[in-house]
Design a protein around this ligand. Structure first.
Ligand code: FE
Ligand code: FE
Ligand code: ZN
Length: 277
């Protein structure tokens, strides 16, 4: 079985996110820990967070997959960009402990011309500066499409980040179907091979979540333009194979599709149907 949900706005608070998730038929969801374009985080209302925790438990939700802001780039060239990354990452991890035992997903970063090797070093530096052995949150490196100077298109790049991290038990990977497809991994015709390669290079035990998005572009396009499930180049039969794949059983499947509430509810029902036959 799998868990399925979409991105949910945090603007009305934490309990409201849980209620919205229930309305959509979700049993997991994603949310931005702060404005996705950056800036300071709103102060947490701990009673509100506690109400969400109870709701999640009552309704048997799987782990949530919080998303770091898009502007968080630990391998930016400018010092203020890296400073924001360190500050936001640390603060977000602290805030995540109010809702223990969930995932914090982030885009590893863009090296902006410094080279992927330097990028990998700087990303590992961020993790070594921020992860603690006490934290209950596992941070997830997201597989990237490889547009621009993004680090993390290949499983090898992600593994070389992980290898440099001290507290490796706090690190996992979130596989974004649109991103790996755009990055050149054929999950449509060679899903088993791709998962075997993931297992060989990183280890499937590190795979903690799936971003479930179709892609507007062909295999290897390195574009990163999401499409609704079944309306892109990946297609519904592939999503059926992915959601029902035994190696991915038990994982949260998060939609980041260009949809509305009614559309997400349909996609969530579809994923549940595929993943829990
Ligand atoms: Fe993402
Ligand atoms: Fe994603
Ligand atoms: Zn994307």
């Amino acid at each position: 079985m799998i868990y399925a949900g979409s991105h949910i706005s945090a603007s009305k608070g934490y309990e409201a996110m849980g209620k919205q998730a229930l309305k959509l038929g979700a049993d997991t969801f994603a949310f931005f820990t702060r404005n996705p374009r950056g800036g300071n985080a709103k102060k947490l209302d701990l009673k509100d967070v506690e109400r969400l925790r109870v709701l999640l438990e009552e309704h048997h939700f799987g782990r949530l997959v919080a998303h770091a802001p898009y502007t968080l780039n630990p391998c930016g060239a400018k010092e203020e960009v890296r400073d924001f990354a360190f500050r936001a990452f640390r603060e977000d991890l602290e805030r995540m402990e109010a809702l223990p035992g969930n995932y914090y997903n982030f885009h590893p970063g863009s090296h902006v011309g410094q080279g992927s090797e330097r990028g990998i070093e700087l990303i590992a530096e961020l993790l070594n500066a921020c992860l603690t052995p006490e934290q209950s949150t596992i941070v997830l490196l997201e597989t990237m499409a490889g547009k621009g100077s993004e680090v993390g298109r290949t499983f090898e790049e992600l593994q070389s980040i992980i290898e440099k991290v001290k507290f490796q038990d706090k690190v996992g990977v979130c596989l974004d179907t649109c991103h790996v497809w755009d990055g050149g991994y054929d999950i449509v015709d060679h899903l088993d091979d791709v998962l075997e390669e993931f297992d060989r290079v990183i280890g499937l035990e590190r795979l903690k979540a799936i971003h479930s998005n179709d892609s507007q572009n062909p295999l290897g396009a390195r574009k990163d333009r999401h499409a609704k499930l079944g309306e892109g180049k990946i297609g519904l039969p592939a999503f059926k194979r992915i959601a029902s794949h035994p190696a991915l059983s038990g994982l949260p499947f998060i939609l980041e599709t260009p949809n509305d509430d009614a559309g997400w509810a349909e996609e969530i029902a579809l994923l549940h149907e595929f993943g829990n036959p």
